[in-house]
Ligand binder design. Structure first.
Ligand code: ANZ
Ligand code: ZN
Length: 842
C-alpha cells in the first residue's frame, strides 16, 4: 500500500499549482467578492518563523474556503519594504537596502509557497519600488492640497540611536518602537499630517466596523477626547500690576470648581517668568530647567512623586472669589489643554498627592457615597452630590457641571471646549530609506509642491546612506538630488531632503492590490469599487494604534476627496494569538518565539520533517485562533498522525470508491434501515460538513478540525462494522466529502487524494460540500419514564443518546422530579430505545 510521502506530494503540487496559475484572482465580476488581507509585512533577513505562520495559515484557509464557496477571492501579498526596520537591518549587516530587500523578499515568497499559501503573486507589490512610491508621493500632495500636510518647527521625539524623529505613535513607554532606546526631544522643522482634524470621525466611525473591542478602545484612548470647560482666572500678587495677567485652565470637572485649593501651570507655560515673584525666580527657573530633561511619559507616570514650586502669585477662583496659590509643577503638560489647571485635591488623584506633600487644604465638594463630613483618605474621583458649592449645593455632578459651565459662559470668562490627546502625525524622517517628500523650496516662491507629472521624485542610489545624526537626512549631502529648478518660476531651488516614514506606505497599500499595475493613478476606481473595503484583515494586536489609525485616516481623506465610496478600509479585523516557545536561557519559562530569544522554529524545518499540511493542521488545531500557542513537537506529531489516518482510510480503500455514488445515493438512503451503520455514517458526515463550514466561517479552526478527526474515527469504525448491500455508496460519499472538507486546511494531501479519487480538476476549484439539514438531523425517539412501574412521563431524545444520557434526561424531567420528591432512588433500569424505570421501593 502506498505510503503518505508528504515531501514528494507537496513538491509535486507546489509546482503544478504554479504551472496552472491556480490562485490568480478572477476578473469576472458577476460573483460576490471576498477580500482577505494579511497585515503588510516587512521582509526581514531572518525570514519567517512558525510564529508568523499563525497569521498566514488561517487567512489562507478562509481564502481557500471562500473560493470553494463560490466567491471571487482577492488574497494578495506584498512588502512593506521602506522604513526604519528594513534600513536598520541593512545598516547592521553593512549592506545596502536595495540589495537586502529583494533578497529577503525572495526568501519570504519561497517560504510562503512552502506552507501552501494561495497568494496571487501577479499582484505582488513592494512599497520601495518607484511605481509604488510614486503614488505614495501623489497622496502626500493630495493631503498637501487639502491643507492636511504642513511644515512646522516643533519639539519632536528624537531617537538618538536610529538618528531620526519618531511619530508619537512610535514611542512606547518613552522608548523607540524599533530599537528600544530612550527617546529625547529636539526642536526641528518637520512635516505633519493633520490627523487631529479627523479625531471625532476616527472615534465615531469605529461603530461602523467589526473589530475586537479592545482594539477599538485603544484607539479611543489614544485619541483621548475630553469634553470640559476652559476658563480664565485673574492672577494677583504684590509684584503684579492689577489686571496684568490671566491664566486659562481646562477642566473636565466644572462641578468641582468650589473645591479648588491651588492652581498649577506647566514649566513651559509662557507666563511662568512674568508671574513669579522676584524672590522666588531663582528657584522657579531652576525647576523649569530641570523639567526639560524629563520626558512626558516620565512626568505623567502615575507612581512618580508629584512635586513643584510656588510662584509667589495667586489665582482668583471666579466661582467664589477666593485666592489660591499658583504652583509650577511638571505633572501638568504644556501640550495638553491650556497647560494650566485648577487643582481640586479632594477629587483628583494627582492633585491629592500634591496637596498632601505641600500641606494644602483638601476641601470636599462632591460627597462620596456614605460620607459623613470626615477627611478623605484618598481622592474621590466619582460623580455624586455637590456639597459646599454655594448655590449649586445639592445638585448632581452632571447637572452641576452643566450649570457652572453655563454660568461661566454667561459671565464671558469661559467656554465649553473639547480637547484631544491625539497630536498631528509627524511624517518626515531624516533617513534615506523612504519615499522622498515631494516638495521644493524656492528662493523666491517658497514652498512649492512637485507637479504631479514630475512624480516620482526618485530616491537616488547612493553608497553612504547611513543617518548623519545631525538632524538632516543623508539626501542633503547629495548635490545632484538637492539642487533643482523651481517648478513655478524656473529659478534655483532645493528639494526637501526628508523622506516619509514607512507608515505612509502602509496607509494605502490595500487599495493598490485591487489594480497593482495601474499607471493612471494610485488605483483603478472600478477595481477598487468592486474589491474594497477589505472584508477580513488579519494581523497582530501590536498594531492597534499606529498602522490601523493611520490607514483609517487616509481612507477618510480619500473619501472626502471623492476617491473612494467607503469611510472605513477594513470591515472586519481579527488578531491572531502569539506563538510561544521555551526560553533557552531559562528552562521552564515560555517566551515569544523570536530571533533575539534564540528559540525560533522555521517553517522550513517543519515542512522538511513533517510537511506543510502537518504544520497547518497543528497551528490551526492546537488552540483557538486568538489564543497563545505553546509550541511543541509532540503536537506536530499528533497532527501528522491525523493526516496519516486520513491517508490510510482513503488509500487503503481506494478500490471500493464508487465515483457514481451521487446518482445512487437518494434511492439507497430511502432503502436503508433506521438503525443501520450506513445511516449513522451519513448523518455524521452531514453534521461534520455543517460543523466544519460554520467553524471555518467563525474562525474556530480548532473545533472544526476536531470534528474532522471525530469523523475519521467514525469512518474507521464503520469500515469494521457489519455493513449491508449498498454500503459502498455511503462510503464513497463520505470519502469524497472528507477530502473536500480537508482541502482548505491541508491543501496538498487533499489535492493528491482528490487526484487518486479520479478527478482531473483541482480540488481547490471544486465547490465546498453543502449539507442536508434533514440528513444531519438527529433522529429522535420517545421514551417512556416509569417510577416503580407506573407511567409518569414521556421524553423525546436523540436516537443516538447513551443509556447515561437517557437516565440523566429522565430524572431531570419536571414531572418526574415532582413524583420523586422525598423518595430515594435505588435503581434506574433502561430498556434501550423504549423505556426507563426508576425504582424507589424495594
Ligand atoms: C479639575 C479637576 C477636578 C480635574 C477633578 C479632574 C478631576 P482628561 O480626562 O485626561 O482630559 N488637566 C488639564 N490639563 C492638563 C494638563 N495640561 N496636564 C495635566 N493635567 C491636565 O483630564 C482632564 C483633567 O486633567 C482636567 O480636569 C485637569 O484636571 C487635568 F475632580 O480639572 B481636572
Ligand atoms: Zn520659485
Amino acid at each position: 500500500m502506498r505510503e503518505y510521502e508528504f515531501k514528494e506530494i507537496e513538491e509535486k503540487w507546489r509546482k503544478r499549482w504554479k504551472e496552472l496559475d491556480l490562485y490568480r484572482t478572477p476578473t469576472d465580476k458577476s460573483k460576490p467578492k471576498f477580500y482577505c488581507l494579511d497585515f503588510f509585512p516587512y521582509p526581514s533577513g531572518d525570514g519567517l518563523s512558525v510564529g508568523h505562520c499563525r497569521n498566514y495559515i488561517p487567512t489562507d484557509v478562509i481564502s481557500r474556503y471562500k473560493r470553494m464557496k463560490g466567491f471571487n477571492v482577492l488574497h494578495p501579498m506584498g512588502w512593506d519594504a521602506f522604513g526604519l526596520p528594513a534600513e536598520n537591518e541593512a545598516i547592521m549587516k553593512g549592506l545596502h537596502p536595495m540589495e537586502t530587500v529583494p533578497r529577503y523578499v525572495a526568501n519570504y515568497k519561497r517560504q510562503l509557497d512552502l506552507i501552501g499559501a494561495s497568494y496571487d503573486w501577479s499582484r505582488e507589490i513592494n512599497s520601495s519600488h518607484p511605481e509604488y512610491y510614486k503614488w505614495t508621493q501623489w497622496f502626500f500632495l493630495l493631503l498637501y492640497k487639502r491643507g492636511l500636510a504642513y511644515r512646522a518647527l516643533a519639539p519632536v521625539n528624537w531617537c538618538p540611536s536610529c538618528k531620526t524623529v519618531l511619530a508619537n505613535e512610535e514611542v512606547e513607554g518613552g522608548r523607540c518602537w524599533r530599537c528600544g532606546s530612550q527617546v529625547t526631544k529636539k526642536e526641528l522643522y518637520q512635516w505633519f499630517f493633520k490627523i487631529t482634524s479627523y479625531a471625532d470621525r476616527l472615534i465615531e466611525d469605529l461603530d461602523l466596523i467589526d473589530w475586537p473591542e479592545s482594539i477599538k478602545q485603544m484607539q479611543r484612548n489614544w485619541i483621548g477626547r475630553s469634553e470640559g470647560l476652559e476658563f480664565d482666572m485673574e492672577v494677583i500678587g504684590e509684584h503684579i500690576p492689577k489686571g496684568a495677567y490671566k491664566i486659562r485652565v481646562f477642566t473636565t470637572r466644572p462641578d468641582t470648581v468650589f473645591g479648588m485649593s491651588f492652581a498649577v501651570i506647566a514649566p513651559e507655560h509662557p507666563l511662568v517668568r512674568s508671574i513669579t515673584s522676584p524672590d522666588r525666580l531663582g528657584e522657579v527657573m531652576g525647576y523649569v530647567e530641570r523639567a526639560k530633561e524629563r520626558s512626558e511619559i516620565e512626568r505623567t507616570a502615575a507612581d512618580r512623586e508629584k512635586e513643584g514650586v510656588f510662584t509667589g502669585a495667586y489665582a482668583v477662583n471666579p466661582a467664589n472669589g477666593e485666592k489660591v496659590p499658583i504652583f509650577v509643577a511638571d505633572y501638568v503638560l504644556m501640550t495638553y489643554g491650556t497647560g494650566a489647571i485648577m487643582a481640586v485635591p479632594a477629587h483628583d488623584e494627582r492633585d491629592f498627592e500634591f496637596a498632601k506633600k505641600y500641606n494644602l487644604p483638601i476641601p470636599v465638594v462632591i460627597a462620596p457615597p456614605g460620607w459623613n463630613g470626615e477627611e478623605l483618605p484618598a481622592a474621590y474621583t466619582g460623580d455624586g452630590t455637590m456639597v459646599n458649592s454655594g448655590p449649586f449645593t445639592g445638585l448632581h455632578s452632571k447637572e452641576g457641571s452643566d450649570r457652572i459651565s453655563d454660568w461661566f459662559e454667561r459671565m464671558g470668562i469661559g467656554q465649553r471646549k473639547v480637547h484631544y490627546k491625539l497630536r498631528d502625525w509627524l511624517i518626515s524622517r531624516q533617513r534615506y530609506w523612504g519615499a522622498p517628500i515631494p516638495i521644493i523650496y524656492c528662493e523666491r516662491c517658497g514652498e512649492v509642491p512637485v507637479p504631479e507629472e514630475d512624480l516620482p521624485v526618485l530616491l537616488p542610489k547612493v553608497e553612504r546612506y547611513q543617518p548623519s545624526g545631525t538632524g538632516r537626512s543623508p539626501l542633503a549631502t547629495i548635490p545632484d538630488f538637492v539642487e533643482t529648478r523651481c517648478p513655478r518660476c524656473g529659478g534655483r531651488a532645493e528639494r526637501e531632503t526628508d523622506t516619509m516614514g514607512g507608515f505612509a506606505c502602509s496607509s494605502w497599500y490595500f487599495l493598490r492590490f485591487a489594480s497593482p499595475h495601474y499607471d493612471k493613478g494610485p488605483f483603478d476606481p472600478d477595481e477598487v469599487n468592486y474589491w474594497l473595503p477589505v472584508d477580513l484583515y488579519v494581523g497582530g494586536a501590536e498594531h492597534a494604534v499606529m498602522h490601523l489609525l493611520y490607514a483609517r485616516f487616509w481612507t477618510k481623506v480619500m473619501f472626502d476627496a471623492g476617491l473612494v465610496p467607503f469611510k472605513e478600509p477594513f470591515s472586519k479585523l481579527m488578531n491572531q494569538g502569539m506563538v510561544l516557545a521555551p526560553d533557552p536561557k531559562e528552562p521552564g519559562t515560555w517566551v515569544k518565539m523570536s530571533k533575539s530569544k534564540g528559540n525560533v522554529v522555521t517553517p522550513d524545518f517543519v515542512v522538511e520533517k513533517y510537511g506543510a499540511d502537518t504544520l497547518r493542521v497543528y497551528e490551526l488545531f492546537v488552540a483557538p485562533f486568538d489564543q497563545t500557542i505553546y509550541w511543541t513537537e509532540e503536537g506536530l506529531v499528533g497532527a501528522f498522525r491525523f493526516l496519516n489516518r486520513v491517508w490510510r482510510i482513503v488509500v487503503d480503500n481506494i478500490d471500493l470508491f464508487d465515483r457514481s455514488w451521487k446518482d445512487k445515493i437518494e434511492d439507497a438512503w430511502k432503502a436503508i434501515p433506521l438503525d443501520a451503520p450506513e445511516r449513522a455514517l451519513r448523518r455524521k458526515l452531514h453534521q461534520t460538513i455543517r460543523k466544519v463550514s460554520q467553524d471555518i466561517e467563525a474562525f474556530k479552526f480548532n473545533t472544526g478540525i476536531a470534528a474532522l478527526m471525530e469523523f475519521v474515527n467514525h469512518l474507521s469504525s464503520f469500515m469494521e462494522s457489519k455493513r449491508t448491500g449498498d454500503w459502498r455508496i455511503f462510503f464513497s460519499e463520505a470519502v469524497e466529502n472528507l477530502v473536500l472538507l480537508l482541502a482548505p486546511i491541508a491543501p496538498f494531501i487533499s489535492e493528491e487524494l482528490w487526484e487518486m479519487l479520479g478527478n482531473e480538476e483541482s480540488v481547490h476549484t471544486h465547490p465546498f460540500p453543502s449539507w442536508d439539514e434533514d440528513v444531519a438531523k438527529e433522529e429522535e425517539i420517545t421514551i417512556v419514564v416509569q417510577i416503580d412501574g407506573k407511567l409518569r412521563d414521556r421524553i423525546t431524545l436523540p436516537a443516538s443518546s447513551s443509556d447515561e444520557e437517557i437516565k440523566e434526561a429522565a430524572i431531570s424531567s419536571e414531572k418526574v422530579k415532582a413524583f420523586l420528591a422525598g423518595k430515594e432512588i435505588r435503581k434506574i433500569v433502561v430498556v434501550p430505545r423504549k423505556l426507563v424505570n426508576i425504582v424507589t421501593e424495594l
